[in-house]
Write a protein that binds this ligand. Structure first.
Ligand SMILES: Cc1cc2nc3c(=O)[nH]c(=O)nc-3n(C[C@H](O)[C@H](O)[C@H](O)COP(=O)(O)OP(=O)(O)OC[C@H]3O[C@@H](n4cnc5c(N)ncnc54)[C@H](O)[C@@H]3O)c2cc1C
Length: 564
């Protein structure tokens, strides 16, 4: 049996290594176009920033170490340029010329390639993508001595690059076409990231495209659609990736928008050919949509499962649908997501409730408590968990991982109440943020709590009485126009005032984070009032208004933990 693997990094090398562990007799050949295999692609930004000092730390394995440990025939500098599935043969290009290589089973793990939009001037030597070790070495060389950098694209890699370059003391401008940084993030969380980037000294330009890179003798200039001109000693091009599959699609492998289509065992449309990783179209576990999931964990795990499917087909576990959990560090913040976001749910026609919470990462009375800003989507009706996002200085990673596990398990939001999570004051709370999501979600699903959303503020102002149940001091620090202020502790005694001010209109309650307004909502509901509580309180409202450039709707809303 000869197993040939195309692509020698995450998915491909996982498949090859697992295949060896399952079959000591198979001939296993790994063909890698680049000069390195098994390199730490996820570490590249940290090498550029200098946090990883030595390039050798990125090179986890070499062809020689893989030969010694696993008897793999690893060929770097060998690119597959043709595939004849009927004859089960590949055409391989190397410095020694082209040759043909037969296979019994073929695993395609060619990954993704950086998108290069048709912007004039991208051929400048100061413009680099960040995909390979060589890219990172080149960027670091450019960064040494650089004063100004422009990063095009504020996705995960763009944010990491911006953070890394700012950490070197370089003036960084980050340019993003979408209305906010990290486009998959909900708008109510993005301002926290933008504020942290500003703290790091990164100048953020959103809602605008780069239109040209002008080459200069000393520096290049990146020209933006709004006329801005940004000087740059180096430019990082990180506007997205697309599956690197042209050679295989041309050979007849069925693809959708360039992504290889597979079944749940990684089988492609061609017999004897499997595919994994960034090159593959994954079925989304929440929405059912087919999409590329360019993440290392899924690629590594799928590589392992595909080896099982080839060598132990009777007992191989299927590759599960994609949840797409991801996390990125931005300065002091962790920004983490799992499952579907609001846009994906809307596109799939899935109606949801959205919960906004701002709990501390551990008991508030224990020193060092910092807020985690959480957004959680749950399906209307049965409360099934659909997606979650978190931004926080500490503990966001753990909460998103728990929620990712719950989504994989198909849990409903109320099931989170029953999770037995470890607690002592430095680490969590007796009612963990995840438990609080369960409490609030259960209340929403059974009707104990009715929410209104910051996104609907204009409609609410036009049709309802806004009742602000914070203290008079908090109210004075910033409030919605026309809001009635009755602190929640006085509400029962002042219900007649609410009735008079509402004059038959619905009452929409708000407080700082949604806790006191929930209490007030219960009082009002018992009083027969059509009421609802602002999800996430003024903290979330402030963030939404900030994202929409409308901070002035609230006067001086300076609240701890909310975007300034
Ligand atoms: C800078 C950066 C940071 C990242 N950070 C994270 C992170 O923090 N967390 C996370 O989950 N993911 C991260 N990722 C994504 C992660 O690295 C990828 O999702 C993962 O490597 C995909 O694995 P893969 O096997 O599909 O492709 P790759 O690991 O990209 O491997 C594909 C290999 O195939 C080779 N190849 C392509 N075509 C051919 C051909 N025709 N013949 C021979 N060889 C070929 C390529 O040269 C490449 O080396 C990051 C990616 C980058 C670039």
């Amino acid at each position: 049996m000869r197993l040939v693997v195309v692509g020698g990094v995450a998915g491909g090398m996982s498949a090859a290594a697992r295949a060896r562990r399952l079959d000591e007799t198979a001939q296993i050949v790994v063909l890698e176009r680049g000069p390195h295999v098994s390199f730490a692609g996820c570490g590249l930004p940290y090498f550029v920033g200098g946090e990883i000092a030595d390039r050798s730390a990125l090179l986890v394995q070499t062809p020689a170490s893989l030969h010694d440990a696993l008897a793999l025939d690893v060929r770097t500098g060998h690119e597959v340029v043709g595939l004849d599935a009927a004859a089960r043969t590949l055409t391989v290009r190397s410095s020694a010329g082209d040759y043909r290589l037969d296979y019994d089973a073929l695993v395609l793990a060619p990954g993704a390639t950086a998108v290069r939009p048709p912007i004039p001037g991208l051929d400048s030597p100061r413009v680099r993508t960040l995909r390979t070790v060589d890219d990172a070495v080149a960027l670091r060389a450019l960064a040494e001595g650089a004063r100004r950098a422009v990063v095009l694209g504020a996705g995960f890699i763009g944010l990491e690059a911006a953070e890394a370059l700012a950490g070197r003391g370089i003036d960084v401008a980050l340019v993003e076409l979408a209305p906010h940084v990290l486009p998959p993030l909900e708008e109510e969380l993005a301002p926290y990231v933008a504020d942290e980037l500003a703290r790091l000294g990164v100048a953020v330009h959103v809602g605008v495209a780069a239109t040209a890179v002008e080459h200069g003798a000393g520096q290049d200039v990146v020209v933006l659609g709004d006329g801005s001109r940004l000087a740059a000693d180096l430019v990082v091009l990180s506007v997205g990736v697309r599956p690197d599959t042209a050679a295989f699609e041309a050979a007849g492998v069925a693809c959708e928008r360039g992504a290889i289509l597979t079944d749940e065992h990684g089988r492609t449309s061609l017999p004897g050919v499997w595919a994994v990783g960034d090159a593959v179209g994954s079925v989304d576990a929440v929405t059912g949509a087919v999409r590329s999931v360019a993440l290392a964990g899924p690629a590594n795990r799928a590589g392992r499962l595909v080896a099982d499917a080839i060598l132990r087909p009777g007992s191989a576990r299927p590759i599960p649908p994609a949840i797409g959990s991801a996390i990125v560090r931005v300065g002091d913040l962790a920004v983490a997501t799992t499952g579907a976001n609001r846009a994906a749910l809307a596109a799939a026609g899935i109606a949801c409730h959205t919960l906004h919470l701002h709990p501390s990462q551990h008991a508030g009375w224990f020193p060092g408590a910092r807020a985690i800003h959480l957004v959680v989507h749950v399906r209307q009706g049965d409360g099934r968990l659909l997606g979650a996002q978190a931004v926080g200085a500490a503990g966001a990673d753990k909460r998103i991982d728990v929620l990712a596990t719950a989504i994989r398990a198909g849990m409903a939001v109320a099931d989170l109440i029953d999770l037995d999570l470890a607690y002592s004051p430095p680490y969590g709370a007796a009612k963990d943020p995840v438990t609080m999501v369960g409490f609030e979600g259960a209340n929403v699903i059974d009707g104990t709590l009715r929410l209104w959303y910051a996104q609907d503020v204009d409609q609410v102002l036009a049709t309802s009485l806004v009742l602000d149940v914070r203290s008079a001091g908090e109210f004075a620090g910033g409030h919605l126009p026309g809001a009635l202020n009755i602190p929640h502790t006085q509400l029962r005694a002042r219900l007649a005032e609410v009735d008079r001010a509402a004059a038959g209109r619905p009452v929409r309650v708000m407080c700082a984070s949604g806790v006191r307004s929930y209490l007030a909502h219960r009082v009002l509901a018992a009083h027969g009032v059509d009421s609802a509580s602002l999800s996430g309180g003024i903290q979330t409202l402030t963030a939404v208004l900030a994202a929409r450039g409308r901070r002035d709707l609230l006067t001086s809303p300076a609240l701890e933990g909310s975007p300034a």
